[in-house]
Design a protein around this ligand. Structure first.
Ligand code: MTE
Ligand code: MO
Length: 434
């Protein structure tokens, strides 16, 4: 049976073959050769290579989320979303940066932002299996892993942030006057955690990934994503080039030393360090390993840059996150005039550690260095502070500008793209001295 989503993906493949779409790192000629060899050019999918049936998540019908706070239930999120910590935006919850002050380097799970295309499925770890399948496996035979199977592989723990590609999106409009679509995040669609799991590379090797494999596509067990106009795009999935999949990607089953919480992908999620959040598929149920480039709406229609500055098909699929800074202060915070304050914040980058943060308390006329409290760390953030005594009552604009080890510094403005991804400009944060 051909589902609309596979028809969609095959249409993208045809476009790619016709030269209308791009796939990083694989030439079209190699592709044609591979397709002919595999007999896929005519559109036939051998039964053994078909995706596993889209079973409904184990226990999802019976289990009702134990959500004591109505905002969580409304958002389809299991954990409580107290107003001091979160701003609920549709099916998502943004962390209030002011609530991170004093929480330490790793974002506590109860403060960590949630980005759900639909709603959190409550899955039972004992029933969970991961299916690895596709024509990029040596014998075309799929492999299954239980959580216990994964835990027998070498354990890896690493610190990394997860940040939505649209983090900071509202500033395209609020600061630059540009209309963009998507969730109107301020800067709180990021969190940094200690993730424990296994290397995706180890799992792919065990499953028999062959030399012909070029892309892998993890897919979530949450419900099909249906767009506002009623198009069913199938389950959330986004291809990863094999090179990244074999490099530093984890299948994580723990977060800050606890079993992965429901909202963050329980029992297992993909964790793709330094790349945009959509790469890190939650509630992963299967991974396709393919000898041909893969497409899904999440690397074709979404998560590319579209707009005047970009080609009609959009930029290449987005990968690394950009550079940003945020003050741990409420928007329009009140501060006592004539009193010394220690102001704090965080800066991060997807291209390397942050080595310098400059701050301004006068709208950008004068700048000074902030004190950094962490060593520059790839895939992580640095905490910083600066002392300020507002000279007189009145409005002030605070700015923070980070530079990373790759030499990237936050600009004054970000070139717009229609879906508002990868905002990296210095944010003008208003406060009032009273
Ligand atoms: N299965 C699935 N995985 C997903 C998503 C989703 O809706 N479903 N959202 C993605 C997006 S857009 C982001 S930014 C991150 C957010 O991770 P978090 O909710 O743990 O903070 O998960 C990604 N993985
Ligand atoms: Mo995201």
């Amino acid at each position: 049976m051909r589902t609309p989503e596979s028809a969609y993906d095959r249409r993208r493949l045809r476009q790619w073959l016709a030269g209308d779409a791009r796939a990083d790192g694989v030439s079209r000629r190699d592709m044609l050769r591979l397709l002919t060899a595999a007999g896929l050019a005519a559109g036939a999918v051998p039964a053994a290579l078909a995706p596993p049936a889209a079973a409904s998540p184990a226990g999802s019908a019976a289990a009702s989320p134990p959500a004591p706070v109505s905002a969580s239930a409304a958002a389809g999120i299991v954990k409580p979303l107290p107003e001091e910590w979160f701003t609920v935006r549709g099916t998502n919850a943004e962390t209030k940066f002011v609530s991170l002050a004093g929480t330490g380097y790793h974002t506590p799970v109860d403060h960590f932002f949630v980005r759900n295309h639909t709603s959190t499925p409550v899955l039972d770890a004992d029933d969970w299996t991961l299916t690895v399948w596709g024509d990029g496996l040596a014998h075309g035979r799929s492999a299954e892993f239980t959580l216990a199977d994964l835990k027998k592989l070498p354990t890896v723990t690493r610190t990394a942030f997860v940040e939505c590609a649209g983090n900071g999106r509202s500033f395209f409009t609020g600061q630059q006057g540009q209309a963009v679509t998507g969730t109107a995040w301020t800067l709180g669609a990021i969190g940094t955690a200690r993730w424990t799991g296994v290397r995706l590379a180890d799992v792919l090797r065990r499953a028999g990934a062959s030399r012909r494999a070029v892309d892998v596509m993890p897919r979530g067990l949450d419900a099909d994503y249906v767009t506002a106009d009623g198009t069913d795009l199938g389950r959330v999935r986004r291809p990863l080039p094999l090179a990244k999949a074999m490099d530093d990607v984890l299948l994580a089953y723990a977060m800050n030393g606890e079993p992965l919480p429901y909202d963050h992908g329980h029992p297992v999620r993909v964790l793709v360090p330094s790349w945009i959040g959509i790469s890190s598929i939650k509630w992963v149920g299967d991974i396709e390993v393919s000898a041909t480039p893969l497409f899904s709406p999440w690397n074709t229609d979404f998560y590319r840059l579209f707009g005047e500055a970009y080609p009609p098909g959009g930029s290449a699929p987005l990968t690394r996150q950009t550079v940003k800074s945020a003050w741990e202060l409420a928007w329009d915070a009140n501060l006592a005039a004539g009193t010394g304050h220690r102001l704090t914040g965080r800066s991060w980058s997807g291209a390397g550690g942050v080595v310098r943060v400059e701050v301004s308390t006068d709208g950008g006329s004068t700048w000074r260095r902030a004190r950094l409290h962490d060593a520059p760390r790839r895939d992580g953030w640095v905490r910083w502070s600066t002392d300020w005594r507002p000279p007189a009552p009145g409005p002030y604009t605070l700015l923070a500008r980070a530079t990373d080890t790759a030499g990237r510094t936050q600009p004054d403005a970000t070139a717009p793209n229609s879906q508002g991804y990868l905002f990296d400009a210095v944010v003008r944060h208003p406060v009032r001295a009273v």
